[in-house]
Design a protein around this ligand. Sequence first.
Ligand SMILES: C[S@@+](CC[C@H](N)C(=O)[O-])C[C@H]1O[C@@H](n2cnc3c(N)ncnc32)[C@H](O)[C@@H]1O
Length: 223
Amino acid sequence: MDAAFWHSKWQSQQIGFHLDAVNPLLTEFWSSLQLSPDAEVFVPLCGKSLDMTFLAEQGHRVMGCELSELAVRQFFEEQGLDASLEIAGMHQKFSFEEITVYQGDFFALQPEQTTPCDGFYDRAALIAWPEEMRDSYARKLAQLLKPGAIGLLVTLDYPQETLQGPPFAVSEGWIDQHLAPYFDIEQLCCRDVLADNPRFVKKQVPWLNEAVYRLVRNTQDID
Ligand SMILES: C[S@@+](CC[C@H](N)C(=O)[O-])C[C@H]1O[C@@H](n2cnc3c(N)ncnc32)[C@H](O)[C@@H]1O
């Protein structure tokens, strides 16, 4: 999925991935990470997710990254937050109190920008990438996180041939193979969510599993 794809989705507001409420999996599992409230949390490919407001309400400073300026502006406007704006290298930096969103390309982020983050939250970010890009995303995410950084990863898995992504199917096997070099991984839950997803039902996708993983960045360096 290239930048033009996502810009056009935001322009036409075809944003079926966006939830009008905090993701229930975040509220269910976030506390299990036992992150200190003063920890900063990185939210890659954040869109205008209300999950950022939930994280801020837990006391965290939140650092999002989102390609679409429209999405970032909608986030702050819809939350009634009068964000300040400055240029930060390759990104525009929108901030309001404890929430900062770097608008621009995730791949242009530098580890110095994300070093303060002890936590992270990936919902609909890893699964937004087609398979040929997914490993590059995972490596970059690992590069941006310091050893010990802990987070949640939410994935979907289904028979990929039955539906064109995004979201793309990511299996437990893929996670084990591609993330295990950089993260300690524990699956916290895996649930059948087909009935809650009419787009998948309509396309006669036979099964759809949503999984949550607890990831802890290990000490493996990335060149
Ligand atoms: C499927 S959406 C998920 C958004 C959010 N995580 C949520 O749960 O609503 C993926 C988002 O990634 C953004 N995106 C795509 N490529 C990106 C890139 N290279 N850098 C930063 N954001 C990107 C898109 O604009 C889109 O908002």
